[in-house]
Design a protein around this ligand. Structure first.
Ligand SMILES: Cc1cc2nc3c(=O)[nH]c(=O)nc-3n(C[C@H](O)[C@H](O)[C@H](O)COP(=O)(O)OP(=O)(O)OC[C@H]3O[C@@H](n4cnc5c(N)ncnc54)[C@H](O)[C@@H]3O)c2cc1C
Length: 386
């Protein structure tokens, strides 16, 4: 991936935004358990940051995905995991399918305001009974006249309580489970939608996560994104960008964690010398930094293939897997070198330790990534009815 002066400019803009408009407020938002999504997204929309790869016609910059990766890396420098995740939902999880396959009317009414920061988006796929097993979701969208009538429950939905619309996966027919689904745009002010209290989480405290109940929710069939019945396929395509974004987003946070640990252990003395001067400590930190560089190289490599139009399912899954794995390794090792200070709630490293634990779970667990990698390596045993 060749980084140009334009990439550098976007990096500077994103970095400045994080330093000025986000990091000073993160502690407050983490305590409140929510951040002001409309206010923040509007500021980002004004700078064009919510539509980097999206069509110009709808307010985007129409740049290739390498620019989004630079943006994702800089969002990773936010002093928590919740904000980068919420921003990623808006730009790379809830809107890619809408941008690629949505009708012009849908894109005018929902994509353009999401890019401008006037609407907050959420992606509603997971359910109480189906997370990894996406094909087995139970939410249904029954046709009635020109409408869909949607019933079901969605679980763990990021941005839920502040969202203006959902990109929702539902079953629309009795066809086979890979061909009976559609992605449907559902405005959250539609009668029949209700939300649980915000869910109390181990980490990602400032992100609002909730359960969503849909009880005879009526939306026009024109709200279906792309071809009816191709929702599963589109969601799998959409996951590709989500996984690249997740991998890139992890990089700077991990580097922050390592750098903060270097600074602390350089100052902290035990047995008359800085903790950092123990070879076990500086060697380990060097090893972790090397792991982070490997993640960056793998992510850039996957993105290069992606912008060249290749199917990067293998490398995107590997990058997502690697980011989850090393996030756990880096944050755990760094926390250890802070001793008791590492166990304090407000410590940045302990926040990263809690927040990045989601990396191996959300947007496809490590085991799901391993399954995809094995399938593409030809080592996954086939089942009789496959
Ligand atoms: C904070 C947070 C935010 C989230 N945001 C969103 C969101 O915005 N939108 C959304 O749709 N979802 C969201 N999710 C849901 C998330 O994507 C799911 O939790 C995730 O996909 C895992 O699904 P599950 O929790 O149902 O786990 P399960 O599918 O029940 O799996 C449990 C465990 O079993 C393992 N497992 C399952 N099957 C196999 C197998 N065949 N082989 C080996 N191991 C297996 C899994 O890997 C996992 O470790 C969010 C979750 C959290 C916690």
């Amino acid at each position: 991936m060749r980084l140009t002066q334009e990439h550098d400019e976007l990096r500077r803009l994103s970095k400045k935004f994080v330093e000025k408009e986000i990091n000073p407020y993160v502690d407050e938002w983490e305590k409140e358990g929510i951040f002001p999504a409309h206010e923040l997204f509007k500021k980002m929309g004004n700078l064009g940051l919510l539509g980097i790869t999206k069509p110009e016609e709808f307010g985007g910059m129409d740049l290739d995905y390498s620019y989004n990766i630079v943006f994702a890396e800089e969002m990773g420098a936010i002093h928590c995991g919740a904000l980068p995740m919420a921003i990623g939902v808006q730009t790379d999880m809830a809107t890619p399918a809408l941008a690629k396959f949505g009708s012009d009317e849908l894109r005018r009414n929902f994509l353009a305001p999401a890019i401008a920061g006037d609407m907050v988006a959420a992606i509603a796929v997971s359910e109480p009974g189906a997370g990894s097993d996406v094909a087995n979701i139970k939410t249904s969208a029954r046709k009635d006249g020109d409408d869909y009538v949607i019933n079901g429950t969605k679980m763990w939905i990021t941005n839920a309580t502040q969202a203006d619309f959902l990109c929702l996966l539902a079953n629309i027919s009795d066809d086979s489970k890979h061909h009976n689904k559609s992605l449907i745009v559902v405005p959250t002010n539609t009668p029949g939608i209700s939300f649980s209290e915000r869910l109390d989480k181990l980490g990602m405290r400032s992100s609002d996560t909730a359960q969503i109940f849909l009880d005879d929710v009526r939306v026009p069939q024109s709200h279906c994104i792309g071809e009816e019945g191709s929702g599963f396929k589109m969601q799998m395509i959409q996951f590709q960008e989500e996984r690249l974004f997740a991998a890139a987003m992890a990089i700077k946070g991990l580097e922050n964690c390592i750098n903060e640990t270097i600074n602390y252990t350089r100052e902290r003395k035990a047995f008359n010398k800085p903790v950092l001067d123990n070879q076990v400590v500086h060697f380990r930190l060097a090893e972790l930094q090397t792991e982070v560089e490997c993640l960056r190289a793998l992510t850039y490599d996957a993105v290069e293939g992606y912008i060249n139009g290749e199917d990067v399912s293998l490398k995107a899954s590997m990058a997502k897997l690697k980011s989850g794995r090393i996030s756990r390794e880096v944050t755990d090792a760094c926390l250890q070198y802070w001793g008791g200070m590492g166990f304090m709630w407000d410590n940045l490293v302990s926040r990263y330790y809690r927040d990045t634990r989601l990396g191996s779970i959300g947007g496809g667990t490590d085991e799901m990534m391993l399954g995809i990698i094995c399938k593409l390596m030809g080592t996954l045993p086939t089942r009789k009815n496959d």
